[in-house]
Write a protein that binds this ligand. Structure first.
Ligand code: NAX
Length: 332
């Protein structure tokens, strides 16, 4: 495509951005024929580091990269953008609870919602990665009334990828031979990784995981805490939060939104609820979706048993609490 896409990454001097920039610049998100202009936003004190990142970008000599705009100006960063990866936020350190972060971070997303509203293209598509991602997306949307609510999403793809890799490892198959793991709810430890619809490719056919994996208790119960606690486990080991895997998940989310999902494949995205599956309207909630023509659609009519209903209720309650706290924090 001759017209380059303007793609914003915030938190551009940070560690997720460091892994995400090459994925985008190499065409792994928007395709091998799509030129890119990268807008890179970070805060003033990080401009020196951002300059170093920009030097390395130049040294990579990426063929698809038409231009780079490194900046601490919100206006310059959001001007005429087509896609945004909102990564910049205060990260959670070891021992820190998500709630501690909420107050500080929703204020950033109030400001950036305002900037989207004022400066971005009206059909801009936004992925919020910075935590608390679902509620940051909700706040961002609230302060960007001229941008369709459907265009502002949050990331639970890392949870999906983590879960699919764990399942593949457990049943000794390849990760690409596992599909339809659903992440419901918040990107936090209340999320519900739901294995009831998981299918596995066996001898060229997709079959229910229950047919190849008889350890039902592991699938139903053990996998949930493994996925819920994986982020904390990486922090404990690396002393830093997940970055390579978070960047890969962000790229996967945006790639599927841009190019569409494969036939019979679902992916999990946190998107605005219109009341689907009993989730209150307006919450940004992770659902299974399919994507065509750059529009996501929540997979309809999945049966929820009592176990699933209970799990979905827990994560819904947390998101409602976050919405209340965030509204109070942004009204200050
Ligand atoms: P880093 O601390 O390495 O980088 C964050 C960058 O954001 C810093 O350079 C900082 O200066 C910048 N920043 C802060 N305020 C800003 C603002 N107002 N405008 C622009 N830039 C700003 O963190 P990193 O490891 O890259 O993580 C970034 C965010 O992703 C954190 O909030 C983290 O919690 C979140 N994560 C979300 C995940 C998800 O699945 N949704 C998983 C990974 C990660 O934990």
């Amino acid at each position: 495509n001759k017209t380059p896409l303007r793609v914003l990454i915030t938190g551009a001097a940070g560690q997720i951005a460091y892994s995400l920039i090459p994925l985008i610049a190499k065409g792994e998100v928007f395709g091998q024929n799509q030129e890119i202009i990268l807008h890179l936003l970070d805060i003033q004190p990080m401009l020196g580091v951002l300059n170093g990142v920009n030097m390395e970008i130049s040294d990579c000599a990426f063929p698809l990269l038409r231009n780079v705009v490194p900046t601490a100006s919100v206006e310059e960063a959001f001007k005429d953008i087509d896609y945004a990866f909102l990564v910049g936020a205060m990260p959670r350190r070891e021992g820190m609870e998500r709630k501690d972060l909420l107050k500080a971070n929703v204020k950033i997303f109030k400001e950036q919602g305002g900037a989207l509203d004022k400066y971005a293209k009206k059909d801009v598509r936004v992925l919020v990665v910075g935590n608390p991602a679902n509620t940051n997306a909700l706040i961002c949307s609230k302060f960007a009334p001229s941008i369709p609510k459907e265009n502002i999403t949050a990331m639970t793809r890392l949870d999906q990828n983590r879960g699919m890799a764990q399942i593949a490892d457990h049943i000794k198959t390849r990760v690409q031979d596992v599909r339809k793991l659903v992440i419901w709810g918040n990107h936090s430890n209340t999320q519900f990784p739901d294995t009831r619809f998981v299918e596995v490719s066996k001898d060229g056919n997709w079959v229910a995981v229950a047919n190849v994996q008889h350890d039902a208790k592991w699938l139903k119960e053990s996998l949930i805490p493994i996925v819920q606690k994986r982020g904390a486990e990486v922090i404990a080991a690396r002393k830093l939060s997940s970055a390579m895997s978070a960047a890969q998940a962000a790229a996967d989310h945006m790639k599927d939104w841009f190019h569409g999902t494969k036939k019979d494949e679902w992916v999990s995205m946190a998107v605005v609820s219109k009341g689907e599956y009993g989730v209150p309207e307006g919450l940004v909630f992770s659902f299974p979706v399919t994507v065509a023509n750059k529009q996501w659609k929540i997979v309809p009519d999945l049966a929820l048993d009592e176990f699933a209903r209970e799990k979905i209720k827990i994560t819904t309650t947390e998101l409602e609490e976050e919405r209340t706290e965030a509204s109070a924090a942004t009204a200050e």
